[in-house]
Design a protein. Sequence first.
Length: 95
Amino acid sequence: MTVATLTGSETLVIIDVRDEDEVWHDGQIKGPVLHIPSAQFSSLANAKDIIRDHDLLTKEIIAVHCHKSQQRGPYCARLLAAAASELEEESAAKM
C-alpha cells in the first residue's frame, strides 16, 4: 500500500512543518495535510497540545514533512513521539 492510497484513510495524517514562506514558495502538499510550522513545536507541552487539538492519538500513521530540512522534520517527529508517549502514560495512570 502506498502513501497515496492511504491519504484517504482516517488512520493517516501528514504534518507539514515547513514555515509559511516555504509553503508559499515550494507549494502546498495536495491532500489531507495539517500545516503546523515547526516553530509551534517549541516544547513538549506544545506538542501535547498539538496532539490533543488534532486528535493525533487516534492515528496509526503520522508522517512529518519538511521539504529541505534534515533537522526540523525529525525534531518535530521525535517531540510528537515523546509527547504521545507521555499522554498515553497519563491516560493509563488514570484508569
